[in-house]
Design a binder for this molecule. Structure first.
Ligand SMILES: [Zn+2]
Length: 435
């Protein structure tokens, strides 16, 4: 069904870190966004759009102080960790052993996986997240559960089975060969079906033997366009551990590079402690990073310097991510809030336009899907979030004193949460009804 939305629109045509705002930020106070068969078919000034639109096409007008945005894209998140959000007191390696590796064993039970997968996707939609790149568990059934739950919702979803064959409880380990075989089966079952992409998912170097990394690398070579996701350089103890486990490697990044796991569409969570040579390697190979500030602060890991990672002389693409359940919120607004603080601690800054870019087109670029999602423009898949810019009494009051769009957006990313999400559209269908 053809339909249209009329109101204020913010989207991005390019990366504002590297391009002037005038060319990268697209803002219109009164836009018409036309959707049909899951795509945006026309986007432009409302007066022109309405003149060209047939009279029988329904047009929904946004209430005052509402704003259309591309649907948020969470570039790195673990759905099985939903049950351990806010688990107290541990840094990365202890947190994995004490909480994560226990919770993930429950996903051998398909019924449990089904229940969590459904709750997870509903939570994302309530928060205006329309697409994400998701870690499942070592059990292939946990991947089936997530894709099956996404089917009726029509979401563009990227996900994979975690590969891990050492340094975790026996119940959570596969083998090098099983990782290869089960991943290959899941590719055949899910990749390219509906709006789904399968993602090769070695958890991180310490939980994969070299034999496993080699076989995952071989599978990656057989599928050169496939996404790869993992973790790198999140925590200093982890970095030291990798040095011990892979004594031949000059750096953490080199471990992944050796097995062909750094390349375009390979996205690594964190990257906080990467050195210049490693960032160079990311740049040369085309690999990208997912910035997960709520998680990094929660686990006391540190804080990625996004501006430094994106240095124009060797830019590394960066997406924004919750990394839930070490991350503390599904909200990309709250994630921007923490990203702002991370920028400050790095002696840098995060203007609102940069933050909203990272949560939409930035994540899409880091995942290699920026030709499909992350922007509101003709031909793109019609994933869209409508924000209410006066969602709480305090925000409502504060907005009275906002001088311009910059301030209005900044107020949202510091104080906003899911209450600011008025509606969510996936492939042109309203999946979170208007509040
Ligand atoms: Zn993670």
């Amino acid at each position: 069904m053809k339909q249209a939305l009329r109101g204020a629109l913010l989207t991005f045509a390019a990366d504002p870190y590297h391009t002037e705002f005038a060319e990268s930020v697209v803002y219109s106070k009164d836009a018409l966004v036309v959707m049909e068969e899951g795509r945006f078919t026309a986007v432009g000034p409302a007066t022109e759009g309405l003149a060209a639109l047939a009279a029988d096409v329904p047009v929904r007008e946004l209430p005052a102080d509402h704003l259309m945005l591309p649907g948020f894209i969470d570039a790195h998140v673990h759905y099985p960790q939903m049950e351990i959000i806010a688990a107290h007191g541990k840094q990365l390696i202890d947190w994995l052993n004490n909480y994560t590796f226990i919770a993930e064993q429950g996903f051998a039970d398909k019924a449990h996986a089904d229940r969590v997968a459904q709750l997870f996707l509903q939570e994302q939609l309530r928060h205006g997240v329309t697409s994400s790149c998701v870690f499942c568990t070592v059990f292939p059934e946990s991947v089936d559960a997530l894709f099956e739950a996404a089917q009726p919702l029509g979401m563009r979803l990227m996900a994979g089975k975690v590969c891990m064959d050492r340094n975790a409880p026996a119940g959570l380990l596969d083998t090098a060969q099983r990782a290869y075989d089960e991943s290959a089966e899941l590719i055949a079952r899910w990749h390219g079906r509906e709006r789904f992409e399968y993602v090769l998912t070695p958890r991180f170097a310490p939980t994969s033997s070299e034999a496993q990394l080699e076989l995952v690398g071989a599978l990656a070579a057989e599928h050169p366009d496939l996404l790869i996701q993992s973790h790198i350089s999140e925590n200093l103890r982890e970095v030291a551990w990798v040095k011990q486990l892979f004594p031949w490697a000059k750096s953490y990044a080199e471990v992944y590079a050796k097995y062909g796991l750094l390349r375009p569409r390979a996205i690594y969570g964190h990257g906080i402690h990467l050195d210049e040579a490693e960032l160079d390697l990311f740049h040369e190979t085309g690999a990208s990073l997912a910035h997960c500030p709520t998680s990094n602060f929660f686990l006391g890991s540190g804080y990625l310097n996004v501006r430094y990672a994106k240095e124009p002389r060797r830019p590394v693409p960066v997406g924004l991510a919750t990394d839930l359940g070490a991350g503390t919120s599904f909200s990309m607004l709250q994630t921007m809030n923490e990203a702002y603080k991370a920028a400050h601690l790095n002696g840098s800054d995060l203007p609102a336009q940069h933050a909203f870019y990272l949560a939409t087109r930035g994540s899409a670029e880091a995942l290699g899907v920026a030709d499909k999602i992350g922007s509101v423009a003709p031909g793109y898949e019609a994933d869209l979030t409508v924000m209410n810019l006066r969602s709480t009494p305090l925000i409502d009051f504060r907005m009275d004193f906002a001088k311009d769009l910059d301030e209005q957006l900044f107020i949202q990313m510091i104080m906003g949460d899911e209450r600011a999400i008025a509606a969510t559209y996936v492939a042109g269908r309203c999946v979170k009804e208007w509040a």
